[in-house]
Design a protein around this ligand. Sequence first.
Ligand SMILES: *Cc1c(COP(=O)(O)O)cnc(C)c1O
Length: 403
Amino acid sequence: MSHVMNTYARLPVAFVRGQGVWLYDEAGKQYLDALAGIAVNTLGYAHPRLVRALTEQIGRVIHTSNLFQIPLQEQAADRIAAITGLDEVFFCNSGLEANEAAIKVARKYGHERGIAEPAIIVMEKAFHGRSLATLSATGSRKVQAGFEPLVQGFVRVPLNDLEAVRQVAERNKNVVAVFVEPIQGEGGINVSRLEYLRGLKEICDRNEWLFMSDEVQCGLGRTGKWFVYQHAGIQPDVVPLAKGLGSGVPVGACVVGGRAKGVFKPGNHGSTFGGNPLAMCAVVTTLDTMKEEDLLANALKVGDAIREGLVAALAGQAGVVEARGMGMMIGVELDRPCGDIVKTALARGLLVNVTADSVIRLLPPLVMSEVEGRQVVERLAPIVREFLEQSPVPAATRAAAAR
Ligand SMILES: *Cc1c(COP(=O)(O)O)cnc(C)c1O
């Protein structure tokens, strides 16, 4: 019996090594990875530059402490400030920690402005993590159920609905921030309209709220720009990062600027591991390699080609609701639950994920080539077609067809 706590429904495969966008299991079988460990492995597997940098760093020093100077942390923060357009970086170890820091920043910002019970506007179907505060901010009952009482101070509205935000602004004077995941990942690749993001920013400016953009999954080059808010041409005050930031080494960051600059002072927040030399080496190397290999442009080109390839290959196929996304953040929504597709794909040497029950999610490593992108389409499209032809049509669709 396994002593690993039973919190995951794991697939029956273990990968023992990887190269580029390919993984190999214990029997030597090869898998094309269109998931990147859930948007984590930015540079794919065994990228020579990352391997060399990390190996050398491990030989020098892995961890010291934030009680001391950490020059690599300075370097990583400089690079993150440059790409975000923000000013201060707090380093932690995961996405929920980055979001937890963001929530604390918002509350402290409120208290400084004389608001004793600050509230944060959050979105339906958003995912922000599984700590008590971040699961309370998350718009999913499945994530929250069983962990009540929830943390208070969140007001929920639908995504892409500015009027709902305006109404909250009218009646709730405790609001201090809007927290938005501009492309919802776990929620099913739900894309914010750029007009909506600009409108949100305007409301934030008018009310002196913080604009907080959770780019833990969608950020860091995946959509062809460093961050989704840059597509909208706006500048947030708080940007939590994690997943792809260290290309597999656990690291998160809460980046602040604008109205949030200077809110945290010595003693307000901390992390034992946060920003340690090993993680910072991974950040610096990941970001430098992304620039040198032009991976933002690659993410846009190959990602869009995969999405368009899937649209073309699945055209006219009953049961496909929509293929959507931006760059290497791709969702194919079907009209029925499709979790079984993950197993079929695995058997045929392709790694994908299904989220929100009926959305096939692709988050490839940013180093995926055009040829490999085509292989993703060639492997996935027949699996989707076969699945839709063999699986029962959902009741809702049958009813609609009968009308
Ligand atoms: C994954 C994710 C998180 C949580 O990150 P962890 O590292 O699992 O804590 C938070 N926000 C978004 C948008 C995510 O995709």
